[in-house]
Design a protein around this ligand. Structure first.
Ligand code: KIV
Length: 265
């Protein structure tokens, strides 16, 4: 299989082919995802919760992200590898450049992901100037959980929906090459996916995004505690990790996941 690049993803969007993304934090899981034909792998800072057992993603350190990105890179085949920039690792364009370069040089990431809208525009420009591809993340941004007052659906009223849409367009203009939209009403996500040229990957954002992402432990049904509405346990029917990942990829590509049951109005 040839290497998946941002060009491949752009072509998929243009051709109406759905993009598949799952998180991974180690080499063995990465090889399972690769064998199933995943397009993109995200080393999410969700590892703070699902690997480290923390209550949020806030305590995750850049060195921990580099360690897990390096583990994933060792199992990588042709998927595009995106690594999250953890909380407080991109407070200025120069700090972001330093840490993003570490994720690429020491971790082997192809792209970095960061949360936030208007206030990240200078940083996205700066990374772009230095040839570091950026995946932006809007809607429910978990690093802002305390400011948002919990893990809540975003963009439900007209004004907040307008801000998310304008941020999305500004991030694209600043050079972001992918946008992750988390927990926003399906109609808003559909509109943003329509107006942006770059691929929009949804999680709790409805079926009309250009692709989907889930935390791999969530879709394998092994995350304990509260199960968010947007999560589907693919393991329940598949019976094996390989089968669950294959079912996820097939359902995303066919536009059968997510359904309304996993989406917000
Ligand atoms: O950290 C993460 O895993 C993420 C995805 C849920 C989008 O940001």
């Amino acid at each position: 299989m040839s290497q998946t690049t941002t060009t491949t993803l752009l072509q998929k969007k243009q051709q109406g082919e759905k993009i598949t993304m799952l998180t991974s934090y180690d080499a063995s899981m990465t090889k399972v995802l690769e064998r199933a034909g995943i397009d993109t792998i995200l080393v999410g800072d969700s590892l703070g919760m699902v690997i480290q057992g923390q209550r949020s993603t806030l305590p995750v350190e850049i060195d921990e992200m580099i360690y897990h990105t390096r583990c994933v890179a060792r199992g990588l085949g042709s998927a595009l590898l995106i690594a999250d920039m953890p909380f407080m690792s991109y407070n200025s364009p120069d700090q972001a450049l330093h840490n993003a370069a570490r994720l690429m040089k020491e971790g082997g990431a192809h792209m970095v992901k960061l949360e936030g809208g208007a206030m990240q525009l200078d940083t996205v420009h700066h990374l772009n100037d230095y040839s570091i591809p950026v995946c932006a993340h809007l809607g429910l941004t978990p690093q802002s959980v305390h400011k948002l007052g919990g893990y809540r659906v975003q963009g439900k009223d007209e004004e907040s929906a307008r801000v998310i849409k304008e941020d999305a367009m500004a991030l694209e203009s600043a050079g972001a090459q992918i946008l992750v939209l988390e927990c926003v009403p399906s109609a808003l996500a559909a509109e943003i996916s329509r107006v942006l040229r770059i691929p929009v990957i949804g999680i709790g954002a409805g079926v009309d995004c250009d692709g989907q992402v889930l935390v791999v432990y969530d879709m394998l049904g092994i995350t304990s505690g509260h199960k968010p509405r947007f999560v589907k346990d693919f393991m329940a029917q598949a019976g094996s990790v390989e089968g669950a990942v294959a079912a996820y990829i097939e359902e995303v590509r066919a536009g059968r996941f997510p359904t309304e049951e996993h989406s917000f109005k």
